[in-house]
Ligand binder design. Sequence first.
Ligand code: NOJ
Length: 740
Amino acid sequence: MKSTIVLSLLLFVSFNIYSQDDVEKRVTDLLSKMTLKEKIGQMAQYHLWSKGGEDNIKDDIKKGLVGSLLNAGDLKTKNDLQKIAVEESRLGIPLIYGRDVIHGYRTMFPIPLGQAASWNPALVQEAARIAAVEASSEGIKWTFAPMIDNARDPRWGRIAESCGEDVYLASKLAASMVKGFQGENLSDAESIAACAKHYVGYGAAEGGRDYNTTYIPEQLLREIYLPPFKSAVDAGVATLMSAFNDINGIPASGNDFTLNKVLRGEWNFDGFVVSDWSSVTEMITHGYAKDEYEAAMKSANAGVDMEMVSLSYADNLEKLIQDGLVSEEVVNTAAGNILRIKFRCGLFENPYTKEPKVSKLLTENHLAAAKQLAEQSIVMLKNNTVLPLSKKVKTIAVFGPLADSPEDQMGTWSPDGKKENTQTPLTSLKKSLEGIAEIKYLDVLENSRTIDKSKFEDAVKLAELSDVILLFLGEEAILSGEAHSRAFLNLPGAQDDLFETLSHAGKPIVVVIMAGRPLTFPNISERADAILYAWHPGTMGGPAIADILVGLTSPSGKLPVTFPRTVGQIPIYYSHKNTGRPPSENMLGIPIGTPLDPKGFVSNYLDVDFTPAYPFGYGLSYTKFEYSNLQMFPNEVKNKSSFSVSFDLNNIGDYEATEVVQLYVRDLYASVTRPVKELKRFERVTLKPGDKKTILFQLSTDDLSFINNEMLRVTEPGEFKLWVGGDSDCGLGTSFFITE
Ligand code: NOJ
């Protein structure tokens, strides 16, 4: 008996290390021993070039003036610097090492926008877990992810890092990513602290220009931009990053309302907030602070605990306290928040990382998961039956700048991915079709921006000798991501011309597009025989695409963002308001060029259809799914109660395949106008040909709530509509009422 108690105690101690009470006690104890300088030191995040280089950094670490480093070099450098912090600084407080582990570490998964296209929170969680296992093996204890900014503007380069345009989908994925990175227990050696970023509104940058101004009414902020962060906080995220943008005139890194009032006051977040890279001192450039002294004051008072890269806290906080402009309490709170996370991470017990005996990078399981997620992220936009490729296809002509471009298919933010580990479509197709079909490849365009057409003629000759043309088009990795916004969304370089030229070869053309954002490609949409949208699919993109092309798997990805027909339609998103003069179906078919007859005084353009090129949630399959028998129980729902929605999904085609079933609602009349559709549930359902499944969703009237004019979340009784289907344009619907 005694020994069981001892064993349980030991297990408790080793798995939980410390309870929350213990952590708080340790934070308080440690703070009581720290000098003001040491507390301010915890609030500084250096990189390897800070203060003129490593020697000075070492000195500062020894003096207890550094809380964290980002991008701190290889494992040995990290362990060496940690040794100084732990063994040579007065209180031995360990450093926390941060890095951008955004969509994988060495095993690169699809870019986050691609991951979102899988609509598979469980698999997205597994991807984050794998990234954590790999990154932690190289001494990283903190990732600057997930990026959960709502993104409704494909010109914005950072849409690639986002989960797309929808608040519900992004909130689900935010929680999955946090759980994946952090695991069951932050102190586990394979767990890393997550950082929900960029708090907040960063994706609303004017015109899609990165770092730009945002104006977001509080209602919209609370309904669209804040919920993914709330979901991350509820999932236990350890840290948040304050954004670069200014929100309604107040930069996010000095924003008392979003940081102190909402994050701490309303959500009780007890981790720490790190600024974005120099976003504290950039408040001077914004015109919100006159110098670093004032910038440090405004950020610290607003609740930014740690300053990334710029050193205005280190240089000014002591003086600000002396001058009475920042209270010592602010510094105690910030340092305490940082120490709390360091304790939870188990850094005081395990400050160093041992080189693993067997590498944890690129293991078979990791690569299999990366392939699976890449497969599920691929969205089929069109197929006139050319796919999957028939067994009769014996010669395949392969062209395009993304056919064999390992670096580009990894996408933005792949600092630790290596091109030599990446499998491209060209190499994968050759492998999987060996002895079955011949691949004829010509490197026609060197990269996505190449305009030299000198090899077009040779390409046509090759195409004429083939049974089918596979064209891999898109954007290089560097055309999306931070500071990589675009004003045009067409395929860059001579890619459209390449398609046009090859389309006259008299062969079926399959276009696979790899890109970091929705692009516009009207000619291809109309004339290609099939289109797959593969985003930047990561290390295992090649085998994933090959399996779909040859029919080993049916495509199952769905768009997490609306695809515009042209840049001029932006912003365009499915959950828009109806307006007083909405356009209707009979206004479709507007020719390009201003017609004489504007077809009514409605809210649309004269020269392009009001509908998008492809709606949110859209994606085709090799099979056909049929939705029927939609039912609600009860049909009149009492407010503050639950209800169920059920319907049948039938696979009426010839392939086993997965459908992402989606449920949308509309509140028809309310005290503030509501969007025409809002996603409320989704699920991936796999069915064999001929099989049927009844899907049941449980909802509550809280799911139909919104922020009213008093900024309160309410559900108002009245008439609602509900639809189920395979995209946001889905047709199977019913009406229902919520009563008092
Ligand atoms: C700036 C980016 O905005 C942010 O997302 C990133 O985490 C930091 N740099 C650190 O690299």
